[in-house]
Design a protein around this ligand. Structure first.
Ligand code: IPE
Ligand code: IPE
Ligand code: MG
Ligand code: MG
Ligand code: MG
Length: 291
């Protein structure tokens, strides 16, 4: 597993490095900000998920790496914008100054825009998949995952939560702002191999629960995490009136909920037997991670 993860991280980084590229005609500062945000940092949870899902259904590793790199571009964009003063106003990300602190706000906004565009450029490239129908589906599903019913819609619910948010309000927000991209990561991986409609629907059930688990753990770490280890400012959700899992359920119940969701994840994977080992390990990591 560790060797595999190292290989995945290296391959994702070199794909991203090449995709951002180097050109004398372009803005060196924009490329530097994009590289700063996307190359060499983060856990690569979503990219790893795509590759694990693809390998489970017999998909091609190189194609999965390109899709994983595209997803990491979207994820990096979401973090750059999430950290801006008009959103969460954060100064530290992945143990380093946030992009708007290291560069400036305008550069951060534009680097986010360019990373989002780059994700679609990577997916639409023939190198990602020879079949244009699959490329179009990869693009369509990513657009849906980041749009009004996905990440962008979830960020709105996060910034403007309803008064006295219920558990279902919290889940509606978290399954969009974070869950949608995690669901896409699994679905895109599955698109690369052989998967019956029934298997696909079980994988989607798995991915939807995993996305919630991942954000619930992020919310729990906001309360009980070690800032050094997490690499970002903590203790922010409740202070800023967010309907996070801990604000709505309390820490203990949020942890219990993540364990319930973990069981549902494992149930959804049960039909895949030992082929699902990597996905099971990623689930356990999502529930118990300290960073
Ligand atoms: C942080 O995501 C933001 C959330 C959606 C929870 P990650 O915890 O995956 O951040 P990195 O990529 O590892 O830095
Ligand atoms: C992240 O939620 C959601 C995104 C889509 C970026 P948070 O705002 O809780 O993520 P962190 O804690 O800043 O990483
Ligand atoms: Mg946020
Ligand atoms: Mg934030
Ligand atoms: Mg958070």
């Amino acid at each position: 597993m560790t060797v595999w993860i190292h290989r995945v991280r290296n391959d994702i980084d070199s794909t991203l490095e090449a995709a951002v590229g180097q050109s004398a005609e372009r803005s060196a500062n924009l490329a530097a900000a994009m590289r700063y945000a996307v190359v060499g940092g983060g856990k690569r949870f979503r990219a790893t998920l795509t590759i694990a899902a693809a390998e489970m259904v017999g998909g091609c590793y190189e194609q999965a790496v390109r899709i994983g790199a595209a997803i990491e571009c979207v994820h990096a964009q979401s973090l750059i914008h999430d950290d801006l003063p008009c959103m969460d106003d954060d100064s530290l990300r992945r143990g380093k100054p946030t992009v708007h602190r290291q560069f400036d706000e305008a550069t951060a906004v534009i680097a986010g825009d360019a990373l989002l565009a780059l994700a679609f450029e990577i997916l639409a490239d023939e190198l990602t998949h020879p079949d244009a129908t699959i490329r179009a589906r990869l693009v369509l599903r990513l657009a849906q995952a980041v749009g009004q019913d996905g990440l962008a819609g979830g960020q709105m619910l996060d910034l403007y939560p309803p008064v006295n948010a219920s558990q279902s309000d919290m889940e509606a927000c978290e399954s969009r702002k974070t869950g949608a991209l995690i669901r896409y990561a699994v679905e895109a991986g599955a698109m690369l191999g052989q998967c019956s409609p029934e298997e696909l629907s079980r994988l989607i059930q798995f991915a939807e629960r995993l996305g919630l688990v991942f954000q619930i753990r992020d919310d729990v770490l906001d309360v009980i995490g070690d800032p050094e280890e997490v690499g970002k400012a903590l203790g922010k959700d409740i202070a800023s009136g967010r309907a996070s899992a801990t604000a709505v359920l309390g820490v203990e119940n949020a942890i219990l909920q993540s364990h319930r969701l973990e069981r549902e994840c494992l149930e959804a994977l049960s039909g895949f037997g030992s082929n699902a080992l990597a996905l099971k390990d990623l689930t356990s990591f999502a529930v118990r991670r300290h960073h």
